[in-house]
Design a protein. Structure first.
Length: 489
């Protein structure tokens, strides 16, 4: 509050520093090598004075082409463009040059000041846009939609200069590749990515890799939600166990497991938690829901619930979530708690940012493209569950294939990995022979279904980084739990 008791008025002039802008331009004109110290973060539009931005853009273009940028060459350039008067004439270029003799060492400092002030001006602009949107809301956005749009703008501002990495030297990419190989070697020749907890899946995929979009598909009843839930639990439980073993980890420690976000668009958070509790306590979910449990089972349930309290697993049960809202919430979680794995159950329940007249195929294309972009932006693996079309049921061979993906074109194209969950036992149970009409066939059916009842397959139909093929898993229907199948190698 001012001396006369009045409230402070908003700034009439946005924050800026013309001296810093002049100092940087002078340093560049005096010594073109100063441009290399600025880095590629600063752009012409970050300058408050448009004249300074224009001079900076001209310098950047000339220096990038190996030409000298000083008072003389810039004067000739602007004279050819009939724009010398627009930048203050040759005298202003000379003033910038003469005042820069001792400033070249501070070029990076000036650039940082200019950039920070530009971000503050952008923050004021975004704040004004949010305020205006709240006062005069767009017709197609409700209050929650406005919040998510505001979050997206603020996140884009926060990440400015971070996600636009541009080109990187091959040596940087090579270093990352060697680090990945070292991780695999340290794991005993196992995996370089995030472990799913399923030995054969990890062996096939090398773990879940950062920036990958993984489609996990299957017909209803195959157990794709159960498998995704098992993976989420395994990853989060491994991180919890690591934290318990290493309450004060060293700086160079490589933590196991990860923080998981699970968007459950179909199932409630309570139902999902019940599944996890059923699995951990080995008590059927039906018994937990009905309360049909013994005293010792209840004690075990309470014990496991206490253990799972600290599980780094975050569940969002919002139905009909838009892709924009989903991305905003994932970014927020990464900022506030960290994020190592993102799971969406399931793809067809996510809505596009705007309803398209082209149809659902185009909507799904937009969604999968955004999920792939999100995986790269957050540098985490994204697992998106997907339904399969009914044409699977009309074939004699019920094993799924890529063409069975609903709206398959865009899903198959954008995915790095496509996995199908398949349980032969599910279909065999539908083909039960009549015991009275054909007792021999019924006997064979009983033997066959008994043999495959506890088996499941994950079919790797696409993998950019490796071979395709089938992975055998165990399946326990009582707890809807997948597990590692003992095999001979």
């Amino acid at each position: 509050m001012s001396a006369d008791g009045s409230l402070p008025q908003p700034l009439s002039v946005p924050p800026h520093d013309l001296t810093a802008e002049q100092g940087l331009l002078g340093a560049i004109l005096f010594d073109n090598d100063a441009m290399s110290r600025v880095g590629d973060r600063l752009k012409a539009h970050h300058f408050y004075d448009p004249v300074h931005g224009r001079i900076y853009a001209a310098c950047a273009e000339m220096i990038s082409k190996g030409k000298l940028a000083d008072g003389v060459t810039l004067r000739e350039r602007f004279m050819r463009e009939s724009a010398l008067a627009d930048i203050g004439g040759a005298g202003y270029l000379l003033t910038l040059h003469e005042n820069a003799a001792r400033m070249t060492a501070h070029a990076r400092d000036y650039a940082d000041v200019i950039y920070e002030l530009a971000i503050r001006r952008d923050l004021i602009r975004v704040g004004n846009e949010i305020s205006f949107s709240a006062t005069e809301p767009p017709r197609d956005l409700d209050a929650q939609g406005q919040i998510e749009a505001a979050e997206a703008k603020l996140y884009a501002l926060a990440e400015q200069g971070a996600t636009s990495r541009g080109f990187s030297a091959f040596s940087v990419a090579l270093e990352a590749s060697i680090e990945s190989a070292a991780n695999a070697f340290d794991n005993g020749g196992g995996i370089s990515g995030l472990a799913t907890g399923f030995v054969d899946i990890d062996r096939k995929l090398g773990g879940l890799h950062k920036s990958d979009l993984i489609i996990l598909a299957g017909r209803p009843g195959m157990g794709k939600t159960s498998l995704a839930t098992n993976i989420a639990y395994n990853v989060a439980r491994a991180r919890l166990a690591y934290r318990e073993r290493n309450p004060q980890p060293e700086e160079d420690d490589k933590p196991e497991g990860g923080i998981v976000a699970f968007f459950s668009l179909e199932m409630s958070a309570e139902q999902l938690a019940t599944r996890l509790l059923s699995d951990a306590a080995e008590i059927e979910a039906t018994k937990i829901r009905t309360g049909d449990i013994r005293k010792d089972e209840y004690a075990r349930l309470a014990e496991k619930a206490a253990e799972l309290q600290a599980l780094p697993l975050h569940i969002d049960e919002t139905g009909g979530l838009s892709i924009d809202a989903l991305m905003a919430r994932a970014r927020r979680l990464q900022r506030t708690h960290g994020l190592d794995l993102l799971i969406i159950d399931y793809l067809q329940l996510v809505t596009a940012s705007a309803r398209r007249s082209e149809g659902r195929v185009q909507e799904v294309s937009e969604i999968t493209q955004n999920l792939k972009a999100l995986a790269k932006e957050l540098r985490v693996p994204v697992i998106a569950l997907s339904q399969l079309s009914r044409q699977v049921e009309s074939r004699d061979n019920k094993r799924p294939q890529l063409s069975d993906l609903r709206e398959s074109g865009s899903i198959e194209q954008d995915a790095d990995i496509v996995l199908f969950v398949y349980r032969e036992h599910y279909y065999e149970m539908m083909a039960k022979p009549d015991i009275e009409k054909n007792p021999d066939a019924h006997r064979e059916w009983v033997l066959r279904t008994g043999r495959i009842e506890r088996e499941a397959e994950v079919i790797v139909s696409k993998q950019r980084h490796g071979a395709t093929g089938d992975v055998k898993l165990s399946f326990d229907g009582k707890f809807t739990r997948f597990g590692n199948l003992e095999q001979r190698y």
